[in-house]
Design a protein around this ligand. Structure first.
Ligand code: GLN
Length: 548
């Protein structure tokens, strides 16, 4: 029998429901339970694939090619499991299936309504993963209680609480307890109001998790318990942490997992085994060296646009016992005149994925700088494509080489639209998505990194390396060290002889977890460390986290 924990949010968005859900899941997993997490998003897009990073940050891609919310990245990184399309459902997807059914005649004669048809579909999807043998499924409801959009989801939770056996279902509500500096006081009123609003919708939280910048006294916890009608030990403090990876341990101190298990009437459970997690944290908190990596992108003002890349750096840094300082370099403002000034002093360059023309020239200049100066280079997807264009222009002699994404009339389309993409007109869910195999050539940097010939990585792109130019590239010194064994699509390029130069068409950042840091990130940081120690003392250090 699967038990269900619902996580809702009140007062404001961005409270970290995803991290609290993932932390609770981690603690339950560490006690031996088979756990997964799913996210229900109230917006009307069918999936976040068509959303710009300014709206919802990075789009996270799962093995099965689903374009999903970035919280699924946290779930995978914390739990070291794969999620899938079933783990992320939006209002758009719910309505799409109900409307499709209506067209098929499934409701013939009936008026199709939010209650019961939309809520039935939400409940069906909430329980779908229950058929896969999980002990506990945590369901994060996106948005904030009180939003018009979230109402059908809250209503579905209300109905499920009646339909499922009483101790199979519980609701954790995450709220904010703000500290008013002028009054020198923590305020509980917003929490009271959000719980009240949820109660008006028929759902009463069993546990209240309070995000706070200041410790909550037991008196304050009692006050929240009294006003919000929960037991005092069900008011959990979630203090700000310096790293998201500390949150599971903070939640353990507050006994969030034990309280949940008690309420779910699970009476027998082993002590949690968090050895690997604690080992990772200790390395993360006690680095022996540090490197500065330039992240070249066009969304650098957004914390969430490159989420998985930043997390992969944290995993790779910890295993190398090295603090990875990521400096955001805005590709739009890199010019031939300022490129060396901007990139001088860095220990490695990562050119980020992306779409469209903006910031492209800066990315190409950055690749050139890394190639010519022996600076460790790592290009992901668009970053890899830019490394191919730079090499074509400056080493193969194709001075107008480009990608047809940016210049449809280029005489040398070294990056071209994939054949299968040419007839596609719909934008949603039509890229080359999800896991594809790749065969790595022995004796290459890629082989040294992976230590195996057969790998599988996740994709999200429409353009590809144009194999018509492969010979010319290989002769000029750019090697295709990994290709798709079925289609021959180039997956990895590298420059033998360069200290570390690798571009990948796929997204390795999506598979980096605390327990399995991604090998390319791990080796890239190793190379950056070597570069750092080989630098003359006088090398210009770049100030940490500064945006340039
Ligand atoms: N815009 C490029 C493509 O579609 C790269 C995509 C990416 O970086 N994810 O092929």
């Amino acid at each position: 029998m699967t038990k269900y924990i619902f996580v809702t949010g009140g007062v404001t968005s961005s409270l970290g429901k995803g991290i609290v859900s993932a932390s609770l899941a981690k603690l339950l997993q560490a006690r031996g339970f088979k756990v997964t997490i799913q996210k229900f998003d109230p917006y009307i897009n069918v999936d976040p694939g068509t959303l710009n990073p300014y709206e919802h940050g990075e789009c996270y891609v799962t093995e099965d090619g689903a374009e999903t919310d970035l919280d699924l990245g946290h779930y995978e990184r914390f739990l070291n499991i794969f999620t899938s399309q079933s783990n992320n459902v939006t209002t758009g997807r719910i309505y799409q299936s109900v409307i499709n059914k209506e067209r098929e005649g499934a409701y013939l004669g009936k008026t199709v309504q939010v209650v019961p048809h939309i809520t039935d579909e939400i409940k069906r999807r909430m329980q779908l993963l229950g058929q896969e043998g999980y002990d506990i499924i945590i369901t994060e409801i996106g948005g904030t209680v009180g939003d018009i959009e979230s109402l059908p989801f809250i209503e579905a939770v209300r109905q499920l609480q009646w339909e499922l056996p009483e101790d199979d279902c519980l609701v954790v509500h995450l709220t904010l307890v703000p500290y008013l500096k002028a009054a020198k006081e923590l305020k509980t009123k917003p929490t009271q109001h959000s719980v009240k609003m949820m109660s008006e919708n028929g759902v009463h939280p069993d546990i209240i998790v309070c995000r706070t910048e200041q410790p909550l006294s037991s008196e304050l916890k009692r006050k929240i318990a009294l006003f919000c009608n929960v037991q005092p030990d069900s008011v959990i403090e979630a203090a700000d942490a310096s790293s998201i990876y500390e949150v599971p341990l903070l939640m353990q101190q507050e006994q969030l997992d034990i309280i949940c298990l008690k309420k779910l009437n699970i009476t027998w459970y082993p002590e949690p085994d968090l050895t690997i997690w604690k080992g990772f944290l200790s390395k993360l908190q006690n680095p022996k060296s540090s490197v500065t990596i330039g992240l070249i992108g066009k969304y650098i003002e957004l914390q969430d646009a490159y989420k998985s890349i930043l997390e992969a750096f944290i995993h790779a840094g910890a295993i190398n016992e090295c603090k990875v300082e990521v400096v955001d370099v805005h590709s739009e403002f890199i010019t031939p005149e300022n490129v060396s000034e901007k990139l001088d002093g860095l220990d490695g360059l990562l050119v980020a994925p992306g779409f469209g023309m903006r910031g492209i020239d800066g990315k190409i200049l950055a690749v050139k700088y890394a190639r010519e100066n022996g600076l460790p280079f790592f290009g992901i997807c668009l970053g890899m494509q830019m490394s191919v264009i730079e090499f074509a222009r400056n080493k193969v002699g194709l001075s107008n080489a480009h990608s047809t994404e940016m210049d449809p009339n280029t005489p040398d389309p070294v990056i071209d639209l994939m054949e299968g993409q040419k007839t596609i007109t719909n934008k949603g869910g039509t890229m080359r998505l999800g896991a594809y195999p790749c065969k790595i050539e022995k004796g290459t940097l890629a082989y040294e990194i992976y230590g195996t010939e057969d790998i599988s990585e996740r994709h999200r792109h429409r353009w590809e390396f144009n194999n018509k130019y492969l010979d010319a590239f290989q002769k000029a010194g750019l090697k295709a060290s990994g290709v798709n064994p079925q289609t021959n699509l180039v997956e990895i390029v590298e420059i033998p002889g360069h200290p570390f130069f690798i571009g990948v068409q796929y997204h390795p950042e999506l598979k980096s977890t605390v327990e399995n840091p991604h090998p390319i990130f791990v080796h890239f940081i190793k190379a950056a460390k070597a570069h750092h120690t080989s630098k003359p003392e006088s090398a210009n250090p770049v100030k940490g986290s500064e945006k340039i």
